[in-house]
Write a protein that binds this ligand. Structure first.
Ligand SMILES: NC(=O)c1ccc[n+]([C@@H]2O[C@H](COP(=O)([O-])OP(=O)(O)OC[C@H]3O[C@@H](n4cnc5c(N)ncnc54)[C@H](OP(=O)(O)O)[C@@H]3O)[C@@H](O)[C@H]2O)c1
Length: 261
């Protein structure tokens, strides 16, 4: 694949577009409904910018729909009126969306889902980002595999059913752990202790699971079945942070199912 078109100019489109161009895949056009955003990203990628889907040109090897999940189908339906729906190869980049949303509109469709959390503040290291691909036709899947290997060393074929589970798991390891960090920060800061004291601990746990199974690395009062300590923690939370009482209890019972408060 030599030429791609990016539909969307958000975080994913920005980082993926940069990586594709670095790796020799030209981005022909960038579409964003916000003209300025299309122009900004297109300038970086030396591509053409448009804020009109009807201006999307035919002839790209791949059309990458990288818009908000709720807009994927709306955009696909509009795009199919402009490019040839029997020839164009169109993918979306969403972990939470079935590839089948593209089926009513395009003969060649698939998914190109980089499993990482992207933000504008941090440059991602694509070589270690798993790229989860799938496509309806085998030949298309092969093309995506070759493309994915150009930008990452970790490429996996993941079907719709698997990707739905993977996305739930990603919420656990990313969003839920982070909200627990946030709760921990509020706990310590309420006693004038800086969150910095906890950073080495959380890093150590994250590093350990790079080489071991999470269940083998579990420590703490719940896995030790230390009911006295757990009860002390629960009574403190009930009094001072009642919003965290049930969270603590349910996570404890995940580790120590027989625990009764
Ligand atoms: N960010 C991540 O960490 C990440 C990781 C893996 C996969 N993804 C997937 O990548 C896709 C894009 O996510 P993102 O993080 O890049 O989102 P984002 O930064 O919020 O950008 C969303 C893009 O979608 C456009 N958009 C929203 N609604 C639209 C509509 N009705 N019509 C046309 N364009 C619309 C936005 O345009 P405006 O700027 O004009 O609003 C913007 O270009 C999503 O499917 C997401 O699940 C994201």
């Amino acid at each position: 694949m030599q030429k791609a078109t990016l539909i969307g100019a958000g975080k994913l489109a920005h980082h993926l577009g940069l990586r594709l161009t670095q790796q020799g895949v030209a981005v022909n056009q960038v579409y964003s409904r916000t003209k300025k955003k299309a122009q900004q990203l297109a300038k970086l990628l030396k591509a053409k910018a448009t804020n009109h889907l009807e201006e999307i040109e035919s002839g790209a090897d791949l059309y990458i729909i990288a818009v908000s999940d709720s807009a994927i189908e709306i955009v696909a339906a509009e795009l199919a009126k402009t490019i040839d729906p029997s020839k164009a190869f169109v993918v979306h980049t969403s972990g939470a969306t079935l590839s089948l949303v593209l089926k009513p509109y395009f003969k060649h469709y698939g998914v190109f889902y980089p499993l990482q959390s992207f933000s504008m503040e941090k440059e991602p290291d694509f070589t270690n980002i798993p790229i989860c691909i799938d496509a309806h036709h085998k030949a298309d899947k092969n093309k995506l595999e070759v493309l994915a290997h150009r930008i990452s060393n970790k490429v996996f074929t993941i079907n719709d059913e698997q990707r739905a589970v993977l996305h739930v798991a990603a919420v656990f390891v990313n969003n839920f752990t982070n909200v627990l960090y946030q709760s921990a920060a509020e706990l310590v800061e309420s006693k004038n202790i800086p969150f910095d004291l906890l950073r080495p601990l959380l890093l150590e746990t994250a590093l350990k699971v790079q080489a071991h199974q999470p269940k083998d690395m579990q420590t703490g009062p719940a896995i030790r079945k230390d009911s006295n300590t757990i009860k002390k923690h629960l009574s403190f939370l009930k009094k001072e942070h009642p919003e965290l009482f049930l969270v603590y209890l349910q996570l404890t019972q995940l580790l120590y199912p027989d625990f009764k408060p």
